[in-house]
Design a protein around this ligand. Structure first.
Ligand code: ZN
Length: 169
């Protein structure tokens, strides 16, 4: 205990400052993002184009408009916890590593195109269930009314991010 690394102390401090409710919100947001990244990965795997920004945004929109099932939520929360508490259990470390590997694959395989002029968000032509639903979500995103505070923040941040990166929804 005497030779704790600074990062551990920092983590402990964060733990102390977070209430259980805040910690749960953090977990849910994180779980949501992990799941959205998986949707983005499917979109890029089902496409010949290299459009990382578009697929990441679409993944986030999909996850906002089509909430996870209870099973998906349980699984994603587990993955989020395995990353957040990576140092506390060896068994969970494996899951965290797997998840990170997935993310790295997306980052390494794709080179994003630079958006210096405004353009409409693009989508692939795959007809699988996920890609189809993504296109439906993109069409309806503007009219979508979130049903809770967290989803509203989530929607607004997607809109702001797209504006900042010249992506028209
Ligand atoms: Zn597809």
């Amino acid at each position: 205990m005497n030779n704790q690394k600074p990062i551990v102390e920092m983590t402990d401090e964060i733990d102390d400052e977070l209430t259980d409710e805040q910690e749960n919100i953090l977990k849910v947001v994180f779980a949501n993002n992990i799941s959205a990244m998986k949707i983005s990965k499917i979109l890029s795997e089902h496409s010949n184009n290299i459009l990382l920004t578009d697929y990441i945004v679409t993944g986030l929109i999909y996850r906002l408009m089509i909430p996870m099932t209870n099973d998906e939520m349980t699984q994603s929360i587990k993955e989020a916890e395995s990353i957040l508490y990576a140092s506390s259990s060896d068994e969970e470390d494996t899951t965290a590593a797997d998840t990170l590997d997935d993310t790295e694959t997306v980052d390494e395989d794709l080179v994003d195109e630079y958006l210096n002029t405004k353009r409409k968000i693009k989508y692939n032509s795959c007809n699988c269930d996920i890609c189809n639903k993504c296109r439906v979500c993109l069409i309806n995103f503007g009219e979508f009314i979130p049903n809770d505070h967290l989803s509203t923040i989530y929607k607004n941040s997607i809109v702001e991010t797209c504006e900042k990166h010249n992506l028209i929804l």
